[in-house]
Design a protein around this ligand. Sequence first.
Ligand code: SIN
Length: 220
Amino acid sequence: DTGAGKGLAGRTAVPALHPVSCILYLPSVMTLDTSELNKTRHDFNGRDSVWLFGYGSLIFKADFPFLERRPASIEGWARRFWQGSHDHRGTPERPGRVLTLVESPGTVCAGMAYRVAPSVFEHLDVREKNGYLRFATPMTFADGGHEEGLVYIATEDNEAFLGEAPEADIARQIALATGPSGPNSEYLLRLADSLRQLGDDCSHTFAIEACLRAEERLPR
Ligand code: SIN
C-alpha cells in the first residue's frame, strides 16, 4: 500500500515513515506555529537519511545540507498560492502569498527531491513553521525510480491559510508584500524560473507571473 490516490489520510499511512499514532488528532484550527507538531509526526528511528520533496521555495532555496538532490515529481497534487506568509515573504500587517498543494487527481507536480539526514528536519520544521505539516508521499524521479519522501503542505485548517482568489488579485498581493526573507515577488519569479528549468507547466504559477510582470512592467 503506497497510499497513492488516497488523499492526505492515505499519505500519512506509508509504512516506512509512520506517523506517531498518538497525534492522529489535529486541533480543528491549528496553532500558527506548526514546528512542535511536526516533530511528533514521523519516527526517524533507525534511519540515516530521509527524502524530502520540495515544490516551492525548497526548489530554489536549499539552505540546508543534503546528501543527494534529484528532480522528481508527485502525482495528484497541484500548486496554489493560497497560503499566507507573515514570517518570510510578508508581515502580519501585509501578509504575502506562498505555495501550498491542493489535491488534484491526475496533476503531476514537478519539484526537487533531497536526501537529507533526519536532523535536517529540525531546521526545516522551523523554516516551514507557518502552518505547514509534513506528509509522506510517493515520489518519482525524473531519471527513473521511486522513493517515499516527506512534503510540507499547508492544509486549509491552518490559521495562515488565505485560500482561493483571482490570479490577478494574487499577483497584486504578491507585488505589495515583502518580509524578512525578501520580496514576495522574488519568491514567485524564482519559482517560475525553476519550474521552466524542470519542465513543469504550472498554469496557476505562470498566470500569476504574467500578471505580476504586466503590473510591474517587468520584461517577460
Ligand atoms: C516547499 O517548497 O516544498 C514548501 C513551500 C515553501 O516553502 O515554499
